[in-house]
Structure formats: structure tokens, C-alpha cells
Ligand binder design. Structure first.
Ligand code: IPM
Ligand code: MG
Length: 359
């Protein structure tokens, strides 16, 4: 049986970069069945909802989901707000598919080191943000306007089991890396953070080979700039992870190259996941062949690693990406003097060619 991949290209540059990711997956020689469906603004325009039931159903029938990006100014004013792409498609996809573990590796690719806003080797980063993705202030109720619109309420709730399952995932990932976790919270103020810290501390006793430290989120934001090299795995709750992962990603100087995985529970040794670039839909450059396909391509590599257990093939894709960058190929977002400006498709072709040749 070929592995079934739901392809949700979405809006803006989503379709362009996903096209390249599919091309690279095809170049691996592995057998896949791809099925496409609409999501985000494209789905809203088509049928009035950013996450049609048929799209969700396709995801449920698939072994993994490859997502481009959703949203854009065209849909920012859609009423009610629940029908906007971010809130109406992205968040329900996460909760309906139980994608509670968001893995965001932030790694400076050697050819890109001089693009970091931090000078010299201080800018070298190799960390993973493990962000809880289906709990906390993004989802808890009540969330509403009160007093004729003059008061607004959001609620942050965490249950012990939610902290436990993401922390277990972080320990697994730390064991594949440098065995260090920094758990980030705001335990000096928030009750949810005190529970978070308590649970992570309990679990650390069961994982004596992993060094666990706790850091307050404001300090972490500062340490990421001061000395990013100190971090291996950053484990944190939903909103802190949202903010810290953007901060960390810009340290690589190339937002267009960062992949992510959102994982559910393991079932019969298989992990269901949704894989997507960290960047957004970038409507300003959509359709011009200027988008960087590397984040989407590396997301496909993460899919092979986490959902399909194809570590070697994933590594082949990753090294094909490094090879293309070493050869000086650059899309517009990271083009500098002395490198060669190529289009989205040209970069995808070069990477796919290398992946095929190495098969
Ligand atoms: C992200 C994005 C989303 C989030 C938005 C688009 C809802 O910023 O994936 O980090 O906040 O989770
Ligand atoms: Mg974000």
C-alpha cells in the first residue's frame, strides 16, 4: 500500500512551495498517493468555509498531511472571525486531528551563517522548539466580549495529561539530540506554569540521562539573543512557543527555510502528523516564482522521518538542500551578491535532481 498524503496547498505562496515539496518526494523513488484538497481562503472562496468537512475527512483518511500556508489580507475582514483562515482552518485542524506536539527545528544551515542578525559564530543555532499546540489560551473557554464589548476575556487552562504528553515527546526528541531540555514557563506569575513546572520536574526523574532546567519566558526571550547556542530542546506551552519560535527562527536569517511538524499520538508504531513550513502565505510575492521552497521541502523530509520512518531518505533530502545552497543557489528572499538568483521552481528542480541522483 502506498502511503497516502493529504496535500493542502492553501493560499498565497502555499501552492508554489508545496508543488516543489511534492516534486522532491516523488524524486525519492518511494511510493506515495497524493490527494489534494482546499483549505484556508481558497476553500472559503470556493464553498464558504475555510475548513470544509471533506478536507478534514481527507486528512483523517491519510497517513500524513502536507500543508502550505493559509490566510491573507483578502480574508482578514471576513465575518464572523471564526470563518477566517487562521481561526477557522488552522486551529480546528490542530485540535480535530489532535496535533498536540509542534516540533520546530531551528538550525542555521552552514552556507547561511552570514545571514544571521547575530555576528559570527554566535549566530549559529541548532535547537528545537517543542510547542504544546492544542491547549492553553488558544483554546480554553470562556473567550468572549462582555459589557457591551468593553471587556474581553481569554482563558488559559492546562490539564496534567496535556503537559505530560508534550513533555514525553520532548524527552524522546532530546534523547536523539544533545540530551538537554529547557522548559520555559512563567511560574513566578501563572498557576498553569506552576503545574507545567511540577509535571516536567516529575518526568525528569524518569529521564535521568536528560538534563532539565527551567527558565522564565522573559529570560528565555533574552537568552535566545544573548547566547542561542545554549539551547538544545525548548519545551513550552502554546502561546510562549508561538512567540519564541518566531524569535528563534529569525536567528537563522532565513525564515523561508524552516520546517515544522505537528504530531499526534503514536498508533501501532506510526505517528500521524501535519507538516508545514513555518512561514506564512506571503501574499505580496505569491505567483511570482520568488518564494523559497526550502521550508516546504524540509517539512516533507520531516514527514519521512517522523511519520514514515524513512530516516535515510529524509537525510538525503536535507543534504540535497545544503548542497544547493553551497552551490550558491538562492531565491529572492536570501539572495546576496555573489550568489545565483533562481526561481522557486529552479531551486526545487535542483534539489529534486540531487535527491534522485543520490537514490
Ligand atoms: C503559527 C502561527 C499561528 C499560531 C497563527 C497563524 C494562528 O502564528 O503557527 O505559529 O499562532 O499558532
Ligand atoms: Mg506563530
Amino acid at each position: 500500500m502506498p502511503r497516502k498524503i493529504a496535500v493542502l496547498a492553501g493560499d498565497g505562496i502555499g501552492p508554489e512551495v508545496i508543488h516543489e515539496a511534492v516534486k522532491v518526494l516523488q524524486a525519492t523513488g518511494l511510493s506515495f498517493e497524493f490527494e489534494e484538497a482546499l483549505v484556508g481562503g481558497a476553500a472559503y472562496d470556493d464553498g464558504g468555509h475555510p475548513l470544509p468537512a471533506s478536507t478534514l475527512d481527507l486528512c483523517r483518511r491519510s497517513d500524513a498531511v502536507l500543508l502550505g500556508a493559509v490566510g491573507g489580507p483578502k480574508w482578514d475582514q471576513v465575518q464572523p472571525p471564526e470563518l477566517r483562515p487562521e481561526v477557522g482552518a488552522l486551529l480546528p485542524l490542530r485540535s480535530e486531528l489532535n496535533l498536540y506536539a509542534n516540533v520546530r527545528p531551528v538550525k542555521t544551515l552552514t552556507p547561511m551563517l552570514k545571514e544571521s542578525p547575530l555576528k559570527g559564530s554566535r549566530g549559529k543555532v541548532d535547537l528545537v522548539v517543542m510547542r504544546e499546540l492544542t491547549g492553553g489560551i488558544y483554546f480554553a473557554k470562556p473567550r468572549e466580549r462582555r459589557n457591551d464589548g468593553n471587556t474581553a476575556v481569554d482563558t488559559c487552562i492546562y490539564h496534567r495529561h496535556e503537559v505530560e504528553r508534550i513533555a514525553r515527546r520532548a524527552f524522546q526528541i532530546a534523547r536523539l539530540r544533545r540530551h538537554e531540555i529547557v522548559s520555559v514557563d512563567k511560574a513566578n506569575v501563572l498557576e498553569t506554569s506552576r503545574l507545567w513546572r511540577e509535571v516536567v520536574t516529575e518526568l525528569s526523574v524518569q529521564h535521568p540521562d536528560v538534563k532539565v532546567t527551567h527558565m522564565l519566558v522573559d529570560n528565555c526571550a533574552m537568552q535566545l539573543i544573548r547566547e542561542p547556542g545554549q539551547f538544545d530542546v525548548i519545551l513550552t506551552e502554546n502561546m510562549f512557543g508561538d512567540i519564541l519560535s518566531d524569535e528563534a527562527s529569525v536567528l537563522t536569517g532565513s525564515l523561508g527555510m524552516l520546517p515544522s511538524a505537528s504530531l499526534s499520538d503514536e498508533k501501532d508504531g506510526k505517528v500521524f502528523g501535519l507538516y508545514e513550513p513555518v512561514h506564512g502565505s506571503a501574499p505580496d510575492i505569491a505567483g511570482q516564482g520568488r518564494a523559497n521552497p526550502i521550508a516546504a521541502i524540509l517539512s516533507a523530509a520531516m514527514m519521512l522521518r517522523y511519520s514514515f520512518d524513512e530516516t535515510d531518505v529524509a537525510a538525503r533530502i536535507e543534504s540535497a538542500v545544503e548542497h544547493a545552497l553551497e552551490a550558491g543557489l538562492r531565491t529572492a528572499d536570501v539572495f546576496t551578491k555573489g550568489t545565483k538568483l533562481v526561481s522557486t521552481t529552479e531551486l526545487g528542480d535542483a534539489i529534486a535532481f540531487k535527491v534522485k541522483a543520490a537514490a
